[in-house]
Design a protein around this ligand. Structure first.
Ligand code: FE2
Ligand code: FE2
Length: 212
């Protein structure tokens, strides 16, 4: 019979996720969508721009891990908790693919990843404490905003950067599915000003992560 997970076990699992997300090199369960798409040599300025955008996407995935793990930590219904942890596991693929692409572009992840993780975990816990309907509503809002943001990045990436594009296309389809899934599980619509505040927080993150 499976052993009940104690609060201490859960804390240790969460701490391990935080450390491996921020300092480790998580493995993707699925193959990188860039696959054998040809690498095109980009002009220096284009490469820096692509790296800035992919650093933002990498931070976004660090935040997604932290949000979902934070939300799962306080989820009341075990089914909701499981769904959140499953979503976090799929986001690990995105995290790994963005990290791979950053290396290919000769760039590093954000130096502020510990800060992004801690802030997002706190937001996840706060959202989760409002109850499971809010928890799921938060997932829907996050995923819809990320989907729109990825659409925008696909327009801003250098046209020749086909490898980054392949990754973002797959991520965009995954995020749409995550939102639909949470919606179907009984998400409630978040009232204003919550969605606006979430968008403002992510705009701040994007402005900083493009450079640092
Ligand atoms: Fe993602
Ligand atoms: Fe997602």
């Amino acid at each position: 019979m499976p052993r009940e997970i104690s609060p201490l076990d859960r804390f240790l699992i969460d701490a391990q996720n935080a450390l491996s997300t921020v300092f480790g090199r998580p493995d993707a369960a699925r193959g990188n969508p860039a696959g054998d798409t040809a690498e095109v040599v980009l002009e220096d300025e284009e490469r820096r721009h692509a790296a800035g955008l992919m650093r933002i996407n990498h931070v976004g995935e660090v935040c997604a891990q932290a949000l979902y793990v934070g939300q799962a930590a306080v989820a009341r219904d075990p089914v909701t908790r499981q769904a959140l942890l499953a979503a976090a596991a799929e986001e690990t693929d995105h995290l790994a693919w963005c990290a791979d692409r950053l290396s290919e572009l000769d760039a590093r992840p954000s130096l502020l990843n510990p800060v992004w993780y801690a802030g997002s975990y706190a937001i996840g816990v706060l959202a989760g404490l409002r109850g499971d309907g809010w928890n799921l509503g938060f997932v829907v809002e996050t995923e819809r905003q990320v989907e729109a943001h990825l659409h925008e990045h696909l327009e801003r990436l250098p046209a020749a950067d086909l490898r980054s594009r392949a990754i973002l296309e797959t991520m965009k389809a995954d995020e749409a599915r995550h939102a639909d899934h949470a919606q179907a599980q009984g998400a409630r619509v978040l009232p204003q000003p919550v969605p606006t505040m979430m968008a403002a927080a992510s705009n701040l993150m994007k402005a900083i992560a493009y450079r640092i």
